[in-house]
Design a protein around this ligand. Structure first.
Ligand code: SF4
Ligand code: SF4
Length: 126
């Protein structure tokens, strides 16, 4: 799997895509909120009020789409301190890719990297 992950990232440039940042939100966990607020030099409460809302599972997510930190050029303006979910996405080098198959299949509908890795795994599994 790590080989397919690296291969996929060599072939597909996230800067040409940004489908994840445009259509879905990461969860902003407490450590994410602390780190990003500090980076932006705003109080955590102000950061939450300005950018976040609670979803049905009680997690903070962005209150607008595309993600407010996504630039026109598809660069993330808080890349160095982005939420852990963003740093891990699309999970193609983690075992959750196979353990959480429902989410993986959903991610494969919009993320060409997930699609690529799944396709390769299917060929190997034949
Ligand atoms: S959807 Fe996948 S390929 Fe597109 S930017 Fe996100 S991680 Fe990269
Ligand atoms: S924080 Fe950055 S990497 Fe995460 S969704 Fe927003 S623009 Fe994308």
């Amino acid at each position: 799997m790590p080989d397919f992950h690296e291969e996929a990232f060599k072939k597909i440039d996230c800067l040409d895509c940004a489908a994840c940042c445009k259509n879905y939100s990461p969860r902003f966990k407490n450590p994410d909120i602390k780190r990003i607020s500090k980076y932006l030099q705003v109080k955590e409460g102000i950061f939450i009020e300005k950018y976040l809302q609670l979803d049905e599972e009680g997690d903070y997510v962005v209150s607008s789409k595309p993600c407010p930190f996504l630039g026109q050029d598809n660069y993330c303006s808080i890349y160095e301190v982005r939420p852990s979910d963003c740093a891990r996405f699309p999970y193609t080098d983690e075992d959750v890719l196979l353990k959480r198959s429902k989410i993986t299949l959903k991610n494969a509908t919009f993320c060409p990297i997930v699609y690529y890795v799944l396709e390769k795994l299917l060929v190997v599994g034949k």
